[in-house]
Design a protein around this ligand. Structure first.
Ligand code: IPM
Ligand code: MG
Length: 388
């Protein structure tokens, strides 16, 4: 059979894709340094509730932020802006991963606290719009997905630096069905993309007195893209002679995370997008599941902090959203505070979260009226902070 026409069509699509990616490279080259929040007259915090239980839990996190930043709000140094409309209904109506007006509002902020958003899957009543998470990471160039996992009693203190804009996700929805029988997806790497995430991981390690940074790839097989990631890692590691730099392949790394003898040795891990996606779920599971983890998405101009559980639409239809657990988005709020320079307030919030969810647990959230509401739990956290 002669496939010349199909191959020509696929080549054209591939050409377009390369043009887009090279444009991204130029944009990265032109990018300035990280925003200096201390130098801003006003830090604008966008609060974007998202879908399902999102608005209910995010409102509780906002109350806590407003409590901790009361002086800054009064002086005008910090301003909150609630952004509605990042809902699946609006996204479907506009046929956009992020409606244009919402994106504009997001871009007026410096940092964003985001609730869960619904990603339609097969069988859902929604058309297949792109994930709002992935779209936001791309639109705001949030290249570092930072996911800490801590279990002090087991000596586990991991911080994952997941590359957030490239790899298998860069053109994830632009693969090509060349013929009925042949499909091709693409994974993308750039020098600029590798450098900025790897340097961010080493800088974090240096600033936080960590002694080891580990790269995770599959460079023995995925030689071009993972190979570049690993080469860049080895090159950048030379700038940090006091930090041990080692590398592992993703398959054995998933095993080592459950190896009781070895796992507490890992400190900072830096890895391409898809491996980071997978392994951070595994890691969060040791700590009590993805619902207990916060996640930071950091770029040079914007940063977004999110809960990493779903939007639980059934809780809303059953009238139980007020009983939804706000702890993951509150943890994300603590990361936000640290990121914009309010480390003291962030530490207080981390401490209060530990007391309220691990050591004291005076109130529990069950997701229904057998437990307290999210608002009551937020009150408990604020009282705990006041008594620290
Ligand atoms: C995550 C999630 C997202 C991802 C989904 C919801 C698109 O799994 O934040 O890890 O794949 O990145
Ligand atoms: Mg994931």
């Amino acid at each position: 059979m002669d496939y010349a026409a199909q191959i020509a069509e696929a080549k054209e699509k591939f050409g377009k894709l390369l043009e887009e990616q090279l444009k991204r490279v130029e944009e990265m080259k032109a990018q300035g340094d990280f925003l200096d929040y201390a130098a801003l007259p006003t830090i604008k915090i966008g609060v974007c509730g998202g879908d399902g239980i999102g608005p209910a839990i995010t409102a509780q996190a906002q109350r806590i932020l407003e409590y901790l930043l009361a002086d800054e709000v009064k002086s005008g140094k910090v301003e909150f802006k609630v952004i509605d409309g990042l809902t699946i209904e609006r996204r479907v109506e506009e046929n956009a991963a992020i409606p244009a007006d919402v994106l504009e509002e997001l871009k007026e902020c410096h940092v964003i606290l985001k609730g869960p958003t619904t990603t339609p899957r097969k069988g859902d009543p929604w058309p297949n719009v792109e994930s709002a998470n992935v779209a936001m990471r791309k639109a705001l160039d949030l290249f570092a997905n930072v996911r800490p996992v801590r279990i002090p009693e087991q000596g586990i203190d991991w911080t994952f630096y997941r590359e957030n804009t490239e790899g298998a996700y860069a053109v994830g929805s632009k693969g090509v069905h060349v013929t009925e029988d042949l499909g091709v997806d693409f994974t993308v790497v750039t020098s600029q993309g590798c450098e900025r995430i790897i340097r961010a991981a080493f800088e974090y390690a240096k600033a936080n007195k960590k002694t080891r940074v580990t790269a995770v790839t599959k460079a023995n097989i995925i030689k071009t893209t993972d190979g570049k990631f690993l080469d860049t890692f080895r090159e950048i590691a030379k700038d940090y002679p006091d930090i041990t730099a080692d590398d592992w392949y993703i398959d054995i790394m998933t095993a080592k995370l459950i190896d009781e003898k070895r796992r507490r040795d890992f400190q900072v891990l830096v890895l391409p997008n898809l491996y980071g996606d997978i392994i951070t779920d595994e890691a969060a599971e040791f700590q009590g599941g993805v619902g207990t983890a916060g996640s930071a998405n950091i770029g040079k101009r914007y940063a977004m902090f999110e809960a990493i559980h779903g939007s639980a639409p059934r809780m809303v239809t059953e009238g139980r959203d007020k009983y939804a657990d706000p702890c993951s988005v509150i943890r994300a709020a603590a990361m936000l505070l640290g990121h914009i320079g309010y480390t003291e307030q962030a530490d207080k919030l981390y401490k209060a979260l530990d007391i309220c969810t691990v050591t004291e647990k005076k109130y529990v959230i069950t997701g229904r009226d057998t437990g307290v509401t999210g608002a009551e739990f937020a009150d408990y956290i604020m009282e705990t902070i006041a008594n620290l």
